[in-house]
Design a protein around this ligand. Structure first.
Ligand code: AMP
Length: 303
């Protein structure tokens, strides 16, 4: 059967995560940047994933992704799955990484199926910047490309990261990593500096304090959802970005106002993710619950 062409591609990690927070723990839970992002995007679009897992990746995790209409033709299976373990202290704002086992990711050479190559929307989720570039090389020109990264790659692959930042339309990064990348304590300055690296748009995620959006002509500061139940912050950033790109792919227009709405949808989804471990939220939270949170943001931001 011939498949429809894909409109949204998400490249990143699919992982087995072991996480400890003050509210519990999970071993070998479903995680990874592409996993969180594609599940969030699937509220709006049919994402297709580029990633690699090992023979040890549980079948039920594939089934969960497929249940949400996520295309997995671009997922290779070889060796051992990427594993990440980490923990959070009471303030939950920063993960402490215990171990990163790259495993099959170390020798991964992403190959995009033909049906992915003309996607109009692409999210290069947190992953080795050299691999992010290889994915970009295989895409038709004219796609809208969003990029994420983390301190691990700023520490180990800064040159390759600079090269990929110069090629994308939008960069999303958390506040600590923005300060590290720009060597500046001031986030407004860092936002401007990152625009000078190439992207038209930059978003700095500030966890429980919301997000800052920068373009050459605009600035927007979004709050975060006033949550009382926070059990596991893992995946909030990936889900925020996945929700944003999913919304843009669904609307089919990138403008300042669609990005603002996408930021609020991304924040609403991220607020649901962190209420439980791993990706458990996806089996219970409906689109109308996300819409409820979106409406509350609207109310909160009126003055
Ligand atoms: P975050 O949205 O920043 O909380 O992302 C959490 C996810 O990132 C976890 O599910 C991890 O599996 C994944 N992760 C951790 N370290 C890395 C890394 N170096 N590269 C790509 N993904 C990672």
């Amino acid at each position: 059967m011939k498949k429809d062409n894909i409109n949204l591609v998400i490249a990143g990690t699919m992982a087995l995560d072991s996480v400890i927070t003050p509210f519990g723990q999970i071993k070998d839970g479903l995680g990874g940047s592409a996993t969180y992002a594609s599940l969030a995007a699937s509220y709006f679009a049919k994402p297709a994933v580029v990633s690699i897992v090992g023979q040890d990746f549980p079948v039920e995790y594939f089934k969960l992704l497929q249940k949400h209409q996520i295309d997995l033709d671009g997922v290779e299976r070889n060796g051992h799955t990427f594993r990440w373990s980490g923990s959070y202290e009471y303030d939950m704002s920063q993960a402490k990484t215990h171990q990163t086992e790259l495993n099959s990711l170390e020798h991964f050479q992403p190959k995009l199926p033909l049906s992915y190559q003309q996607a109009r929307y692409v999210f290069l989720a947190n992953f080795d910047p050299s691999l992010q570039s290889i994915v970009l090389d295989q895409l038709d020109h004219g796609a809208f490309v969003l990029l994420d990264t983390m301190n691990y790659w700023i520490d180990t692959k800064r040159t390759a990261l600079g090269e990929v930042i110069a090629r994308v339309n939008m960069l999303v990064i958390n506040e600590g990593e923005a300060r590290q990348l720009c060597d500046s304590p001031n986030l407004i300055k860092a936002g401007r500096m990152m625009l000078d690296m190439g992207p038209e748009y930059v978003i700095i995620k500030k966890g429980e304090h919301g997000a800052l959006f920068f373009s050459r002509h605009a600035f927007f500061s979004a709050p975060s959802y006033p949550l009382e139940e926070l059990r596991d912050p893992t995946g909030a950033g990936d889900s925020f970005a996945g929700g944003l790109i999913g919304y843009l792919a669904h609307i089919g227009v990138v403008s300042e106002s669609s990005i603002r709405r996408g930021i609020i949808y991304g924040s609403a989804i991220a607020s649901c993710v962190v209420e439980d471990f791993s990706v458990k939220y996806r089996s219970s939270v409906t689109m109308s619950q996300i819409d409820e949170r979106y409406k509350l943001f609207k109310k909160m931001m009126r003055y």
